[in-house]
Design a protein around this ligand. Structure first.
Ligand code: SF4
Length: 477
């Protein structure tokens, strides 16, 4: 498995794509800012969302029981799955016992996390993604590069070529409207033919047993209402206590995700429609472990809105496929280590620590702080790598001894002034690949500070307690 840095370097080789990816996501971020600014009390909304999540997840067993009771009372069947394997087996069993061999599916990051599609197809079930972006990457045999815009890395010309191969559209066709029409005609056949539909869940309301699904394309509404069998899958963290909590979350979600005041469809499903079976599969898959962690439990508050991805300078410039975990970007960097610290040890380093992710997160997760804490965990677990560990140990030894630090600084200034550039800017110094060192100053900050103090003391001698004229100007030079 290649590191994030190595894969990002490859992504950046296509400078045009990298620039366009960056600009496309920044456009969404700016839309989000405009919409957020237009809501009075936006920050209070974020605080409230954080408080609701904290309360709901601190009382999760009680709210899950209440949800199950209410959903069952309205005709749904609730299943629990401890992990991805149990989730996949549960879905397969529901499908096969009803003889359903075709599943129309709306977007769900949980199913990506569990590897559901591959599992079902290996067991003879045809799976059709009906979200346009998801269908594009399903045809392309890829995974989503973004949790909300799964095909954001694809240009329209590439989509045209994919559709030519899979849907028989004209060669060279890249008009988005024509391509969308072709996808619509193709998906309509699948919607009508599928005996079963599977959807994700954005919110599950404990007091009513309702599930709420927020989408823009309307595909989820067809998936959930046309077939006689609807399977809804959700992580345990999707529980909210009351219907009124949705007033907070739906206002935050669409604005944060895509810069819309509200998603085109916000569907509340309270039990199955007449003649339909509704199964709700509630999945843990490591979430309880996150919630048990004193340092990291807030990562479980995530709504999967994608705002932290859109704003992250590293994500925008490296693309979602460079992260080895199914959820990329800032939230992925703090979720992946929960699954396997050794395997995902480079994820917490895919960050500039600028804090922009935490600033936009609608549920106020302290993402950048958690990234730093994960870096500590990587170091303490000994996963940093021999070279980096040795360099950091040496740096710690020097920087924690004042005289040694001053002597090293003096030597460094002299050496770097004389040394040829290739000695410090070469293939081994990753930092120097795209940066140059500034010109070495004549004196250290410490020496300059002392010199100015001395000059000021000399200038002010004989002034007693009177005003120290000119000192402010001198300091500001
Ligand atoms: S961490 Fe926050 S900003 Fe990022 S996807 Fe989750 S809810 Fe959205």
């Amino acid at each position: 498995m290649k590191s994030h840095a190595a894969q990002a370097a490859r992504f950046l080789e296509d400078a045009g794509r990298a620039r366009w990816h960056d600009q496309a996501l920044w456009f969404v971020r700016e839309k989000r800012d405009r919409l957020a600014r237009a809501v009075p009390g936006w920050e209070e909304l974020r605080e409230t969302a954080h408080a609701i999540k904290r309360h709901a997840l601190a009382n999760l067993p009680a709210y899950l029981e209440e949800f199950e009771r209410q959903a069952a009372a309205r005709g749904a069947v609730v299943h629990y799955a401890a992990d991805a394997e149990e989730h996949n087996r549960t879905v397969l069993e529901i499908m096969t016992t009803r003889g359903a061999g075709l599943l129309a599916k709306s977007k769900s990051m949980l199913t990506e996390e569990c590897g559901l599609n591959a599992f079902l197809e290996a067991n003879g079930v045809e799976v059709v993604e009906t979200d346009l972006g998801e269908r594009i990457i399903q045809f392309a045999g890829e995974r989503p590069s973004h949790i909300v815009m799964p095909a954001i890395h694809k240009k329209k010309e590439e989509v045209g070529e994919i559709f030519r191969r899979h849907l028989g559209t004209a060669a060279g066709e890249s008009d988005p409207t024509a391509l969308t029409r072709a996808a619509r005609a193709h998906l309509r056949e699948k919607f009508l033919a599928a005996p079963a539909g599977l959807s994700g869940v954005n919110f599950a309301v404990a007091e009513t047993g309702a599930i709420v699904i927020c989408t823009n394309e309307g595909n989820a509404d067809l998936v959930t209402s046309l077939p006689d069998l609807h399977i809804a899958v959700m992580g345990v963290e999707k529980i909210v206590p009351k219907t009124r909590d949705l007033a907070v979350f739906t206002r935050l979600l669409a604005r944060s995700a895509t810069g819309q005041p509200v998603t085109a469809y916000t569907s509340h499903l309270v039990g199955p429609r007449p003649g339909q079976e509704l199964h709700i599969v509630i999945v843990d898959n490591g979430r309880s472990d996150i919630l048990k962690s004193a340092k990291f439990h807030r990562a479980a508050f995530c709504l999967r809105c994608g705002a932290c991805l859109n704003t992250c300078p590293v994500f925008r410039r490296s693309g979602g496929h460079t992260y080895n975990y199914v959820i990329p970007g800032p939230i992925g960097t703090i979720l992946a280590p929960h699954r396997d610290l050794k395997k995902y040890k480079d994820m917490p380093f895919a960050s500039s620590l600028c804090g922009s992710c935490s600033a936009v997160c609608p549920v106020k997760i302290d993402i950048h702080r958690q990234i730093v804490l994960w870096r500590n965990e990587v170091v303490e677990a000994g996963h940093l790598g021999a070279v980096k560990s040795a360099v950091l140990k040496a740096a710690t030894a020097v920087m924690s001894r004042t005289r040694l630090f001053a002597a090293a600084g003096a030597a460094g200034r002299r050496v770097l002034r004389l040394a040829p550039r290739f000695l410090y800017n070469n293939r081994l110094t990753i930092w120097g690949k795209t940066r140059d060192l500034p010109e070495m100053p004549a004196r250290s900050f410490r020496a300059e500070y002392k010199r100015r103090r001395r000059t000021r003391a000399g200038d002010n001698s004989g002034h007693g307690d009177g005003p120290r004229s000119g000192s402010i100007e001198r300091w500001s030079k």
